[in-house]
Design a protein around this ligand. Structure first.
Ligand code: FAD
Length: 480
């Protein structure tokens, strides 16, 4: 039932937590938004209109019960708000920080037209931070331990969400990751200024406290074979994400000074975590004092340009072949990049990298957007005689990611993949073509979002439970 604390959107203006000034945030890698105080969170949560059909919830991949936790926050019932928020989401403090809310919940808020949406993401972050501060976030304690074990390949959000859900049912969970830390792209892809790393490490430690076993530095297909994992566990989940950087085809692409986005971001994140990173320290993957050009228009490109600003680049330019309205990246992140001094060259595509041994610039041409293709997006068409050169000392390519060739890497030719290389699953059971082997996250969908990875991980945990329950029932029937 709606209390008199709600529907305040009529006379209370939208207010987001304070954003640090562009000048200040360019000097460090800290998150750019402050947190709400209790009064601010309650006031803003009270702007929710508690509408009959909550489109925020419909458009959230996790179908988070947003109107209810907003109401509980407005009433100051934070522990209950956290309970509701965490019932459908393993990592609300992470989604609150990095979901593209402008495209999901907030972008579909019913009061959006005319009154501006409720600041859902910031309230979600506030509730969860308060829950951690007050000790309400507890490690999993399963009602009973089961003997069956599940091996999870990949400790990103899909693998970790599945791991936690399986622990809740008492399974023995083992997460194998080729990296030295858990978190996947949350730890080595997404920069600190969007998601501070202690937030991720706090979660992965909590899962370990709840009995999830981690096997870092373990690359399946190299350190341990898929066959061994299948023999070791009653079910296996593949949640390996997508990491093969899309190539750019143009002359000069092999020059020094041109790097794939993820190499660049991983070096920066490792540096922030205190690791020794020779390729950063010797200046290779460090933008300090350089003119940087980033090619691409997605969230990864935005993370690169904003990292370069913080590293002390002398100029940062982003080259993108479509216009602002057609960028795949979140408009919020584009606006943040612009505030921080990044220059955008819209409707421009690279033609050739210039330089003898090292890149000195990129020759590009202008683009006009033509008729829409089968996907509905306007096709970029080069404009004749429109070439121009952007000088640079470092070029970063951020053109998206494809899956690695997993059947070869795992030595399992029978593992069926789509024509894009993503793993094919049965959409009801989430099982791959290998019996007892499931898949979830980016490796199934292609490069996507954290919130979808969490959703897929949760669904996979349920399907694995169904499979193991049916298997156990079959075994006891056979024994009878
Ligand atoms: C730079 C960047 C910024 C992004 N920003 C955002 C954002 O702001 N908001 C958002 O919602 N999404 C963002 N995304 C997308 C989001 O990070 C992914 O959709 C999400 O992390 C996918 O989760 P996953 O668990 O499927 O895979 P991943 O997070 O990629 O995790 C996969 C894990 O599997 C491990 N692995 C791979 N192969 C093996 C193997 N053979 N053996 C053992 N381990 C293996 C990897 O080491 C990795 O830890 C961003 C992505 C990038 C690249």
């Amino acid at each position: 039932m709606t209390t008199d604390r709600m529907l305040k959107f009529v006379d209370t203006a939208k207010r987001s937590p304070t954003k640090r000034s562009a000048d200040e945030r360019a000097t460090d890698f800290g998150e750019i938004y402050a947190e709400f105080d209790a009064a601010g969170a309650g006031e803003q949560a009270g702007r929710c209109s508690q509408c009959g059909v909550p489109f925020c919830q419909v458009h959230c991949p996790l179908h988070n019960n947003i109107p209810d936790w907003l109401m509980l926050t407005a009433e100051g019932r934070l522990e209950e708000a956290y309970e509701v928020a965490s019932a459908t989401n393993n990592f609300p403090e992470i989604c609150g920080r990095i979901c593209p809310q402008d495209r999901l919940c907030e972008g579909n808020c019913v009061i959006e037209k005319g009154f501006e949406s409720v600041t859902i993401g910031s309230v979600e972050k506030y509730i969860t931070e308060k829950a951690f501060e007050n000790g309400w976030v507890k490690p999993v304690v399963p009602p009973r331990e089961r003997t069956e074990s599940v091996g999870i390949i990949g400790g990103g959000p899909a693998g970790l969400a599945a791991g936690e859900q399986l622990r809740k049912r008492g399974y023995q969970v083992h997460v194998y990751d080729r990296y030295d830390r858990m978190g996947g792209l949350l730890i080595y892809g997404i920069p600190n200024f969007k998601l501070e790393k202690d937030v991720v490490e706090r979660r992965s430690a909590l899962l370990a406290d709840g009995g999830v076993n981690y096997h870092p530095n373990t690359e399946v297909g190299v350190t341990v074979s898929m066959e061994e994992l299948r023999a070791r566990h009653d079910a296996v989940l593949i949640a390996t994400g997508v990491y093969k950087a899309r190539d750019i085809q143009c002359p000069g692409v092999g020059l020094d000074g041109i790097y794939p986005a993820l190499d660049y971001l991983t070096a920066s994140n490792r540096k922030g975590l205190g690791d020794a990173v020779p390729a950063f320290d010797d200046g290779t993957l460090n933008a300090a004092g350089k003119r940087v050009l980033v090619i691409g228009g997605g969230d990864t490109a935005m993370d690169c340009v904003r990292t370069a600003v913080r590293q002390g680049a002398t100029s940062v330019t982003c080259l993108y072949r479509r216009d602002r309205a057609n960028m795949p990246g979140s408009q919020r992140e584009v606006a943040n990049a612009e505030d921080e001094g990044v220059v955008f060259q819209w409707l421009s595509a690279p033609e050739a990298f210039m330089g003898d041994r090292r890149v000195t610039g990129v020759r590009s041409h202008r683009i006009r957007l033509g008729v829409a293709d089968a996907t509905g997006r306007q096709t970029p068409q080069p404009i004749e005689d429109s070439s121009f050169v952007i000088d640079c000392d470092m070029a970063i390519t951020a053109l998206g990611f494809d899956p690695e060739d997993l059947p070869s890497a795992f030595g399992t030719a029978e593992l069926k993949v789509s024509r894009w290389g993503t793993i094919g699953i049965d959409f009801r059971s989430m099982m791959t073509s290998l019996d007892g082997v499931f898949a979830a996250g980016d490796i199934v969908r292609g490069a996507s979002l954290v919130v979808w990875a969490v959703r897929d991980g949760r669904d996979a945990a349920d399907r694995i439970h169904d499979h193991l329950t049916a298997k156990a029932a079959g075994a006891s029937r056979d024994a009878a």
